[in-house]
Design a protein around this ligand. Structure first.
Ligand code: ADP
Ligand code: MG
Length: 693
């Protein structure tokens, strides 16, 4: 008997041959415990039949009805429409695009069907597209599932049923509680954690009496027990990564500081105390042969760029290269402009490398990067094949939340020379609360720029019904005629860049017509980079008074004279995004304002969000509020927080677990490293680890 029953190969289960083993391996499952911890993505509620009249669009439900009519049609592609109705006097249309003739023949009028699917609006009634269904004999008594049906993440060639039954088989081999448990009893004491064994059995086969709504929301104690351990495993893994990085060497970066001094003298402002403090923390890290891994967190407008520039100068003075990577082209270009303005007077060229840099220009940039360029700015193109640095000493990544940890590591690896890796500096404006930061960024040291440059006047925020849109236009006219500038932001949630661009084009035409005396510009994600920068330049120079924009301007854009912002559909945006957008104004000394245009009626949640925006400009307060407001309902189905992907945990929903995750994590690492390792392997697997990535 191996020490760890969970490490037995899946081929020890009956019926698992080479083909199935392949499939399972694609899911990352090779051992028994991989299946124990292959958790349901969600549940389907087939414990009841919903009357068709009670169906709600967007919700998945089980219904039963009799076929009234069948229509085979061909509109662009073949389709089959089947209308069913039940005792609730309502009709539901089932729509199929892929079907076999025999299948269509089975769905004759009068046939009784049991269907499960997501209802949505159709032309005349609600419909379900490709529902799961079965025919029910007339004399068959109505029976529903007793428990929620788990739905697992799966892969091609492996159906839900087969996977579900494999998991059930694997569960029969679960060892007893003490053997399964990897968190020592003394650490569990006081945490009120459910038994791990029972939690696993519960989530894989919820008993009939289980609280359905709790389970669907992901807040059942069994789910929380597992979420705790999953969060712990990520925390441990990031800490291990950090320890592994610490053991590598980085070039020690120190110079006389002449370049830094010259930059500081050339700036039209003095650094804030917070900037000075953080810059010093960074310098101290650089002056070491242990690689720096530092996150600089600072609210929008707190002046992170100049801190990064100072770090770059230290690297350059020490004879190394520095690279700055930004997540969008717009933002990268802005960094390019800033850094050129600051560095060229010091005799330092800044090389530009983005996806759109092609042909000769690309070759020239690559040659420079491989030879004598000391400062390189770009997008993720910096990490592409063919980019070879001469001696990268410092990798700076802006707006971390847009990149995953892997991308950050990729840039680091670009600069690897044997055992040596560059120092890493990560900038983020995402003001995540401290507890979250400690887990989401457990591999980084954190510095906070917690002070805005002086002279900034807080942005006054109002919420205005879209019915009063014309008043906003009048305010913009008045402000712009006084020489100020304004943004008009068009937003669509979860729509494509194309739709967003179209919405912005419509608004641009509208505003151009109403404001003939002003120059109205337009910028969106589908413009060519050259056109985009031409427009941004014109706006920066004051040649454009009103800039209609999509959320491409969300991060980093900096035009101090722009003091007015209108955000359309503000009720549909989350707090974090509203705060980022609003951060584009209030960057100069003029009093600025932001109007949040909304469509009535407002949901309670939207109302609460807009209220928060009116009350405060403080990114950290807004982040805390965000956490409070996002009830579990809001978080349903979202297990991603920017860069961490979880099987069951939700870093926001489960935030209150984080302090104990951290303290248990510390103790495990110092006193029980072997157990810590086993927890990481169990949840993250030996292959998909961050460490060593
Ligand atoms: P963010 O932290 O959002 O990236 P930036 O680095 O873009 O902020 O800085 C915002 C603006 O504030 C820029 O115009 C920058 O030049 C200016 N700035 C930075 N530091 C100071 C300071 N100490 N005093 C005055 N203005 C500053
Ligand atoms: Mg910035």
């Amino acid at each position: 008997m191996p020490q760890d029953a969970g490490l037995q190969p899946l081929t020890s289960l009956p019926g698992v041959g080479p083909a199935l083993r392949e499939c399972l391996a694609r899911l990352g499952a090779t051992t028994l415990q991989d299946l124990w911890f292959h958790l349901p993505l969600r549940y389907e509620d087939r414990t009841r039949l919903v009357p068709i009249a009670d169906l709600r669009p967007g919700e998945s439900a089980q219904v039963e009805g009799v076929v009234d009519a069948v229509q085979k049609g061909f509109r662009g592609r073949p389709q089959l429409r089947v209308a069913i109705s039940d005792g609730s006097q309502a009709t539901l249309v089932l729509r199929f695009f892929h079907f076999r003739g025999a299948q269509a023949d089975q769905l004759k009028p009068g046939t009784r069907l049991r269907c499960f699917g997501e209802a949505r609006y159709g032309a005349n009634s609600l419909e379900m597209v490709h529902p799961q269904y079965q025919r029910i004999a007339d004399d068959e008594p109505t029976s529903v599932e007793e428990t929620l049906t788990p739905v697992y993440p799966t892969t091609e060639g492996l159906g839900q049923k087969r996977l579900g039954s494999l998991i059930q088989h694997a569960l029969q081999r679960l060892p007893d509680d003490e053997e399964l448990e990897l968190i020592p009893r003394e650490l569990r004491a006081g945490l009120k954690l459910a038994s791990l064994r029972r939690a696993l059995l519960f989530v894989h086969r919820p008993p009939p009496e289980a609280d359905v709504s709790q389970l669907l929301l992901g807040v059942h104690p069994a789910q929380r027990r597992l979420a705790f351990e999953e969060l712990l495993s990520h925390h441990l893994s990031l800490k291990q990564l950090r320890n592994a990085v610490r053991r590598q060497a980085a070039p020690r970066l120190k110079g006389a500081g002449a370049l830094r001094k010259r930059l500081l003298q050339s700036l039209p402002f003095a650094l804030t105390a917070a900037q000075r403090r953080v810059a010093k923390e960074v310098s101290r890290d650089l002056d070491s042969d242990e690689p720096m891994l530092r996150l600089v967190q600072g609210d929008v407008g707190s002046g992170k760029t100049v801190v990064a520039a100072l770090a770059a100068l230290t690297a350059i003075e020490a004879g190394r290269q520095a690279a700055l990577m930004a997540p969008t082209e717009l933002l990268a270009e802005q960094h390019l402009r800033n850094l050129r303005a600051w560095f060229e007077p010091l005799g330092i060229d800044v090389v530009w490398l983005a996806g759109k840099v092609q042909g000769k220009a690309r070759k020239a940039a690559l040659d420079a990067v491989a030879a004598d360029a000391s400062m390189v700015v770009g997008t993720h193109a910096l990490m592409q094949e063919g980019v070879v640095f001469r001696e990268l000493g410092l990798a700076i990544v802006d707006e971390q939340h847009r990149f995953g940890v892997h991308q950050r590591l990729a840039l680091r690896d670009k600069g690897r020379e044997g055992e040596r890796i560059p120092h890493q500096l990560v900038l983020t404006a995402t003001p995540i609360p401290r507890t979250l930061a400690m887990t989401a960024y457990a591999d980084l040291d954190v510095s906070v720029i917690d002070e805005l440059p002086p002279g900034r006047t807080p942005v006054t925020t109002v919420a205005v019904s879209n019915a009063r849109r014309h008043e906003m236009v009048a305010r913009i006219r008045a402000a712009c005629l006084e020489g100020r500038q304004a943004y008009w932001v068009c937003t669509l949630i979860e729509e494509t860049e194309l739709l967003e661009a179209q919405a912005a084009e419509v608004t641009h035409a509208e505003l151009s017509a109403i404001l003939p005396e002003l120059k109205v510009g337009l910028v969106h994600g589908r413009l060519k980079p050259k056109d985009k920068s031409a427009i941004m330049d014109a706006f920066k120079a004051g040649d454009i008074a009103v800039l209609v924009a999509t959320t491409v301007i969300e991060v980093g854009v900096d035009v101090p004279n722009a003091s007015l912002m209108v955000i359309e559909n503000a009720e549909r945006l989350g707090l974090a995004q509203l705060h980022q957008l609003r951060g584009r104004v209030g960057r100069g000394s003029i009093a600025s304002s932001c109007a949040l245009l909304y469509q009535s009626p407002l949901s309670q949640l939207a109302r609460a969000r807009l209220q928060v925006m009116r009350e405060t400009n403080d990114g950290f307060r807004i982040a805390e509020k965000d956490l409070e407001l996002r009830g579990p309902g809001e978080m349903l189905g979202t297990r991603q927080t920017g860069r961490l992907e979880f099987r069951i945990a939700d870093i926001q929903r489960d935030a209150e677990l984080l302090p104990s995750v951290q303290s248990v994590g510390e103790t495990l690492l110092t006193r029980y490293p072997a157990l810590a390792e086993r927890i990481v392997v169990r949840w993250i697997g030996a292959s998909a680890r961050y460490a060593g990535a």
